[in-house]
Design a protein. Structure first.
Length: 214
């Protein structure tokens, strides 16, 4: 019994490490150790659910597993960060959720499913990033906007970018107090964005004086 439990823990840690190593190499907030611990913890909870209540006739092994699946959003949400109009960490949050499922599978003794999902997850994380960049071209550019220095002007400007799926990678703001104007220069990027449409929408805002996209 002890050796069987040890084997499941080691296998869960190994599967978690394979996915965590890929995230670690990309400098993500949840890396090798986090994925190992999540997989181990899920495996332990599954084992407790299966063997932790001897003599109890009405126990349901799926109840604790269900709590792992439904409650895991708290840890996943902690890896998601918002930077301007862009959101980062969604893939890492998803990988943690997958690792939790792998740990549950190993805990039940469903090693084949855990191993197959681990391989698929590593391939998706390692290979599809390059595929996305190659076949789903990401457009980049620099926008320079002159707008009125008054409340709400900047928020309306950012809302147009957000609505059109534009992410901000670099931001510079200069305020001319005497003229009550602000000059914004920012580097942007996005998938399948229509430059002309964005320029038209920005130019139509009442507090925007000029828009340049290079």
């Amino acid at each position: 019994m002890v050796m069987a439990l040890l084997a499941r823990f080691l296998l869960a840690a190994f599967f978690g490490a394979l996915i965590g190593l890929e995230r670690e190499q990309h400098g993500r907030p949840a890396g090798l150790r986090t994925h190992i611990l999540v997989s181990l913890g899920s495996c332990l909870i599954m084992l407790i659910s299966l063997y932790g209540f001897p003599g109890v006739q009405s126990r349901d092994p799926a109840r604790l597993a269900a709590q792992v699946v439904s409650g895991f959003g708290f840890l996943g949400a902690g890896t998601i960060m918002r930077e301007g109009t862009s959101v980062r960490g969604l893939t890492t949050a998803a990988s943690l959720w997958v690792v939790a499922g792998i740990g549950l599978a190993v805990g039940t003794g469903f090693y084949l499913a855990g191993g197959v999902v681990t391989i698929i997850a590593v391939l998706v994380l390692a290979l599809l990033d390059d595929v996305e960049k190659k076949f789903i071209g990401q457009q980049t550019g620099t926008i320079q906007v002159t707008l009125a220095d008054r409340p709400g002007a900047l928020a309306a400007f950012c809302q147009v970018l957000n609505t059109n799926g534009v992410s901000i990678s670099n931001f510079n703001l200069d305020i001319e107090e005497e003229k009550q104007k602000a000059i914004i220069s920012l580097q942007v990027k996005g998938h399948n964005i229509v430059k002309e449409k964005i320029i038209t929408e920005l130019s139509s805002l009442p507090d925007i004086f000029s828009v340049k996209w290079e």
